[in-house]
Ligand binder design. Structure first.
Ligand code: FE2
Length: 221
């Protein structure tokens, strides 16, 4: 059923359309813990992914637990924000009446080196996806300084796109990776990563997830 907006202030600017992006600064300890999970026993996951990158490695159980511990509460907050936003505050997430669980579908490291890139794509078969940054090449700031002199800087950046360009609408979200930065987004949001040229590794991780809300007295609608 459609939710009906009722003004509560004399003046407001609203962004009721389109997907919600979430940002979380990961603690240094979580970044270090995830980096320590990278090892040569991890299974190649690249056949399931589109990246033109050196390695995409499936998380093992330890990496999954470390990552979930770092972000699970934030995913709940993202869910709660979108429930409220999408119903103009009429509905709220409520741990007293509902149970919440985070279902991990898949998770992997992305090891991207100079000249490599990740073509435009979405993540099917799940509701939510995310990316967190674990390492960047030494010296990439100098490349960025030069790139930012251009009219459209983008080296090594992730570019999200959603919707159709029109006046007073926003369709692009360009993000410069920083170690410890974590973004969550609906899995249907298109995104891709541009190449960079500084020697070294740009390391990130991604997870596909479902966030499940169940009423304590039975399933919600
Ligand atoms: Fe992706």
């Amino acid at each position: 059923m459609s939710k009906i907006y009722t003004p509560t202030q004399d003046m407001e600017f609203l962004t009721p359309f389109g997907p919600t992006m979430g940002y979380l600064k990961l603690p240094d300890l979580a970044v270090a813990a995830l980096n320590s999970c990278l090892n040569d026993k991890l299974v190649d996951y690249s056949d399931n992914l589109v990246g033109k990158v050196r390695e995409e490695l499936k998380f093992d159980n330890r990496a999954e637990q470390v990552a979930l511990k770092a972000v699970a509460n934030f995913v709940y907050k993202y869910f709660a924000f979108t429930v409220s936003r999408n119903t103009f505050g009429e509905q709220q997430a409520d741990r007293e009446t509902n149970d919440y669980s985070l279902e991990l579908i898949s998770a992997w490291f992305v090891r991207q080196f100079e000249g490599e890139y990740n073509p435009l794509h979405i993540h099917p078969n799940c509701q939510l996806s995310c990316v967190g940054y674990l390492a960047l090449p030494d010296g990439i700031e100098a490349e960025w300084e030069e790139d930012y002199k251009d009219h459209h800087p983008s080296h090594g950046h992730i570019h999200f796109a959603s919707g159709t360009a029109a006046a007073y609408s926003s369709t692009n979200f360009l993000v410069k990776p920083r170690v410890g930065d974590f973004y969550i987004f609906p899995s249907h949001v298109f995104h891709g990563v541009y190449p960079f040229y500084t020697k070294g590794e740009r390391r990130s991780f991604s997870m596909n997830m479902n966030f499940v809300e169940t009423a304590k007295n039975g399933p919600t609608g």
